[in-house]
Write a protein that binds this ligand. Sequence first.
Ligand SMILES: [Zn+2]
Ligand SMILES: [Zn+2]
Length: 849
Amino acid sequence: MIISTGTASGKSLAYLTPAVTSCLDGGTVLYLTPTKALAADQLRALRELRITQLRAACFDGDTPFEERTWVRQHANYVLTNPDMLHRGILPRHAQWSSFLRRLRMVVVDECHGYRGVFGSHVAQILRRLRRISSRYGSQPVFVLASATASEPGAFAKRLTGLEMEEVTVDSSPRGSTTFALWEPPLTELRGERGAPVRRTATAEAADLLADLVLADVRTLAFVRSRRGAETVSLSARAKLSDVAFSLSTRYAPRHPRPHTAPATDGRPHPSGTTPHQPADTPLQAEGNPRPAQGEARRPAPETRHPESEPPTSRTGRPESRSNRPENQTGQPEPAATRPEGGGPGIGDERSRTAGTPRGPQRLDNPLLPDGSQAPPETWAEAGEPHTAAVSSVVTSSASSPPSTNGWADLPNKVAAYRAGYLAEDRRLLEKALRSGSLLGLATTNALELGVDVSGLDAVLIAGWPGTRASLWQQAGRAGREGQDALAVLIARDDPLDTYLVHHPEALFGRPVEAIVLDPDNPYVLGPHLCAAAAEIPLTEADLDTFGATTTDVLDDLVSQGLLRRRPAGWFWTRRERATDLADIRGGGGAPIQVVESATGRLLGSVDEPSAHTTVHTGAVYLHQGETFLVETLDLEAGVALVSDAEPDYTTFARDVTEISVLESLRSQPLGRGQLHFGEVEVTRQVVSYLKRRLHSGEMLGDEPLDLPPRTLRTRAVWWTLPAPELTALADEGFDLGGAAHAAEHASIGLLPLFATCDRWDIGGVSTELHADTGLLTVFVYDGHEGGAGFAERGYARASDWLTATREAIASCECERGCPSCIQSPKCGNGNEPLDKQGAIRLLDTLLGS
Ligand SMILES: [Zn+2]
Ligand SMILES: [Zn+2]
């Protein structure tokens, strides 16, 4: 069974009840999650049930060896992850025999994370688990829990190989959420080929965050990177500091200051605006209409109280000024309301980060609320916002002495949060948000793994988070105790974001994206057949379990000498561990190790194909929201050396690609053209990388790279148009090559709406005349060896996908194309040639409209 409903709808309760019952009846339960941190959270929740017969334990890479035997022999509820199941549990099934014999239920939590190549590996691991369990005489029930997705039953069947019931009706009580779709305006800045640049999503998020804090709205802003989150927090604080400054000059009742005072003290004001000007802050709070031009605006709380009193929290009680923050009932918080322990997944970071950012950080060119750029040194005057450490924020707002007015505290009501905070810092932060001494928090989605934040009024999401599932998960943070809430999606400079803010029906209508995986991919299946044979030799009876392509793949494995065929079945005869053949989180090939050069610390690994685009020399590399700069990529040594850095730009690798058709597996007419799905060979070479300024999106240059070409055998979807259909367009002067190229870029940007991938998982090639088809052809291919199911999904939804692509291009108000519609940051041809109007006409011709 799969339960696919929204955040906080009670999914855990739905699987916990039967799972715990199974344990009480003498059975065992295996619980799988994609991350160790989530398993640790679940374990805590289980222990809080205080049921003595329930012996729950985590079994993952962090479990001490001396505990492992206990877990295998005595635990009846084991929490683990697919990696551990693959490497640690299945290969040693004999040691788990008593657990496996009694296995009644397998819970697969957060299963929407199992998509693409990773999902395909997990699908095969689950098939191995089913096979092994049945050898021990058990047939466990699989219960899957997922965020909302389209066709969850079909996905669950692909993941487990079993027929699935789906539960999709969500009847949990909740208030209504007002959802705003926000498109930042075009600026005067010019990007590649003179294209207009939009104001960045982070700059807009900072403005909105400040506005909401002024209106006393508890707000969480989700930003992609830690650097971005800190930028949002700093900009919002600077803006609040401006507001506080202009308010104090106007309204300080006991120590009125002449208007001219701040202007004559000889220093520039932090924002670069003159202090008399009210900050450009639209305060739309109830009972606080926008004041007339020239009149200073005041924060909402202030309007409810005499000016001589400090501002109050939303409960109407004067804000806490004691050394201990209080909660809303006025009682001191208990020292610890929940057991400590951030879980093993977070512990790795502790020693290094220890709760505070490393050293002061400064924005070199912050884009200020009014769009002007201030010299860096003026930031020192905006309070102490450089290090927005949680603890300093909490103590400064809770223990500073009452000022003549509370305005000076305004900037301290905003903070940034990132992964790696200590448990006590997280508790402080939760407390500060609950009490209202902190009103605004900017964060990466690291928050998902650490802080228990509930009771927010608003959520800002800077940039499409990639999937509807993530969008609803993030938006679901707002709305306390069934109250109404606000969620704002702020568009980035990207075709998909543009499309979404112009087409709310794509978000709020029926679910449009499905979780895509392709367990039959021979590059995935092969290693798992080896692993299965090493566990218990494979027999004819097992072939059904592993899918239709099993026989062919087994023949291949035998001819490669990996398996040996005997009358009794297929055997693994090698010395090495079969499980080493499958790199379940990567895309095959030896992974590149990402190492911090100063400390030798291993940050993680990147599979070899992605290394060219993500950790090339000079790349800005994001790891858990932290920013690093790649010093060198050494492909032969398999190492990328990185250093901690705060560059004010992002990088995009650009590649040139050639594609040849190996075989068309399926085809069908599409409008006046033809649509195909099949096997292709792609030769791709990363040739340079583009630098774009972080805050403004401005182009900073294109740096050449010297990397070898890579050949990829994968699957693609492609469409062609016969020449006679194109004569009219050519006669009207459209550039057919530029039109096809523009359509290709935009369609790559839009495919993630129909298949849960991101645009970096897929690539494209377009040409006015392709050698293999003899026609104008546009290809979109899976960027993973053997394919990952994305192109296949594009084939299945081609008409909707290409219609949406056409709409995305047409609804962008730029004249000749921009990053929001047809320009691609990873284009190896420097976005040349592109023909925006031509692309619209070409897609109209194709779709027959
Ligand atoms: Zn545009
Ligand atoms: Zn291109």
